[in-house]
Design a protein around this ligand. Structure first.
Ligand code: FES
Ligand code: FES
Length: 155
């Protein structure tokens, strides 16, 4: 067992966990944050993407025990009071179909825009390249991120 202290969506948690518990299972099963999705379980699809200390990670590949003192953002951490500009823009351009990839996609997009509000289309495509979507063909998703960028004051 490992004792960890971490912040998830701004809320502090101090708990004992087994040393082989994956971050995705900690989030979904222990904290009941079911918005983080599991697809491939091997780092290929990006459905399980969350932000740890400002960087996106595949939570299926990360041990929760390695996140001691980390700050984590899951999809539940954005847009809880009102829609995040990314959520608003995705809805407006019709970037959501089945929705399974969307939590991870939004977090990757958020990480891109948090770093660079003027990200180019190429940088947006590169930033979401680890997130697979079997429905949309990506064009609407790129349009959604571009519109959100404008809502957030970028060019
Ligand atoms: S479930 Fe983690 S990358 Fe696919
Ligand atoms: S909207 Fe269905 S996988 Fe992306």
């Amino acid at each position: 067992m490992n004792k960890i202290c971490l912040k998830v969506n701004g809320k502090s948690h101090e708990t004992e966990i087994s040393s082989n518990l994956r971050l995705i299972d900690f989030l979904r099963d222990e904290l009941k944050l079911k918005g983080t999705k599991e697809g491939c379980s091997e780092g290929e699809c990006g459905a399980c993407t969350v932000i740890v200390n400002g960087k996106t990670v595949n939570s299926c590949l990360v041990l929760a025990a390695s996140c001691n003192n980390a700050e984590i953002t899951t999809i539940e951490g954005i847009g809880s009071d009102e829609l995040h500009p990314l959520q608003k823009a995705f809805m407006e351009v019709g970037a959501v179909q089945c929705g399974y990839c969307i939590p991870g996609m939004l977090l990757s997009a958020k990480a891109i825009l948090d770093k660079n509000l003027n990200a180019s289309e190429e940088e947006i495509r590169e930033g979401i390249s680890g997130n697979l979507c079997r429905c949309t063909g990506y064009q609407k998703i790129v349009e959604g991120v571009t519109l959100a960028k404008q809502y957030m004051g970028g060019r």
